[in-house]
Design a protein around this ligand. Structure first.
Ligand code: GDP
Length: 175
């Protein structure tokens, strides 16, 4: 969804990936600078709106979290509808979450996509290498970043790259 009247921009962005990879915590780190050590499945809250300034313009990113539904792979098309960007998240300590990335990608059709290897603070129990992440991102034409919602590494950066990419795609179309 884009509203460029009065110089206002609103972009929907979705967070996807297997259960417990850290989607909710990435969002709470980005939107409130918080990490919730007892976080359970997201219930009720469907999105957070975050204001970002790009080239002097106010851009609102409406970021959707799957509300725990990914466990049943029942994320419906309504969730993706109107999305301009997506962050596909895996957990660098669980290979199975990395192997799921391609399946998540098959369901998507958005403009800007970022592959996110979360929990990079857990280097000791890493199961997916940085190179593997990078290679997959390259193969699929995605941006790539390793993040930690726990210690805030690269979290703002990951979201902001997606938001900026959407902004530049949209402004190009408006010209
Ligand atoms: P979601 O199901 O994908 O939304 O995942 P959550 O955000 O609920 O996180 C699942 C679990 O991983 C929780 O126990 C979090 O505390 C933990 N977690 C999330 N992000 C990180 C991170 O960056 N580092 C570490 N060490 N744990 C994390």
């Amino acid at each position: 969804m884009v509203d460029n009247q009065g110089e206002e921009y609103l972009f929907k962005i979705v967070l996807i990936g297997d259960s417990a990879v850290g989607k909710s915590n990435l969002l709470s780190r980005f939107s409130r600078d918080e990490f919730d050590t007892n976080s359970k499945a997201t219930i009720g809250v469907e999105f957070q709106t975050q204001l970002v300034e790009i080239e002097g313009k106010e851009v609102k990113a409406q970021i959707w979290d799957t509300a725990g539904q990914e466990r049943f792979r029942a994320v419906t098309s309504a969730y993706y509808r109107g999305a301009f960007g997506a962050l596909i998240v895996y957990d660098i300590t669980r290979s199975s979450t990395f192997e799921s990335v391609k399946r998540w990608l098959q369901e998507l059709n958005t403009v800007a996509q970022m592959l996110v290897g979360n929990k990079c603070d857990l280097e000791d129990i890493r199961a997916v290498s940085v190179e593997e992440g990078k290679a997959l991102a390259e193969e699929e034409g995605l941006f790539f970043m390793e993040t930690s919602a726990l210690d805030a590494t690269n979290v703002d950066k990951a979201f902001e790259i997606v938001i900026r990419e959407i902004f530049s795609n949209v402004s190009r179309k408006l010209l």
